[in-house]
Design a protein around this ligand. Sequence first.
Ligand SMILES: Nc1ncnc2c1ncn2[C@@H]1O[C@H](COP(=O)(O)OP(=O)(O)O)[C@@H](O)[C@H]1O
Ligand SMILES: [Mg+2]
Length: 232
Amino acid sequence: MLEVRDLRAAYGATPVLHGVSLHADATSFLGLIGRNGVGKSTTLRCIVGLMQPSGGSVLLDGQPIVGVPTHQIARRGVAFVPENRGVFPSLTVMESLTLGERPAPAQGGWTLERVLQVFPRLGERRRNRCDALSGGEQQMLAIARALLTNPRLLILDEPTEGLAPLIVEEISRVLRSLRGSGLAVVIVDQNLDTVFDVADEVAVMSRGAIVVRGPSDTLRHDQDMLNHHLGV
Ligand SMILES: Nc1ncnc2c1ncn2[C@@H]1O[C@H](COP(=O)(O)OP(=O)(O)O)[C@@H](O)[C@H]1O
Ligand SMILES: [Mg+2]
């Protein structure tokens, strides 16, 4: 479904991605890990059209999408939950949820009712303004909104950043529960346990390139590799 080939990107004259290649099929749960500043967010931004790469290609269902506007990439089934969560402070939870809602395709799609089952907190807070929500609730709202667009590919940048351990666990559990629901996920997170719990396969980035890729269960126990590339 998603194929990233030899992606290059720069901020001004500073190159940041030196040839990133990745692929995800329609049911992949792919994790992307690496030290701060190696280019994980830049990679995601290039995929969703928020940044123009300087080289390489991004293919969605075999079609090149570099240069396609972000909203059209979204319409083709790619939902992006950015690092800052992108919630609208002055809207209520319910207004935010209904804003991006797209009709569920036939059966088994995401509806308001279904996201409220997955995130009951959002139902309790439906009349609250988003800026009154906790960080965890804002993250749940951001994920719920993304699901309501009924994406085929859900891309999350640091969904557990700054959240309390119990909330991190809840978000991991929800993301894990999406397995087998006909959706692909790409997740970037500094919390390695979250990535290893959620993803089936993990790619490790170092200085603008993928240096290791393998099954989550194998890499999670590869202490030498984790120490070398992540310093943990
Ligand atoms: N808007 C920007 N302008 C200039 N440099 C940036 C910008 N965003 C990120 N960078 C730099 O690009 C590199 C990769 O950043 P990023 O993709 O955010 O890394 P990661 O998400 O892996 O922490 C870092 O050196 C970072 O300082
Ligand atoms: Mg980042």
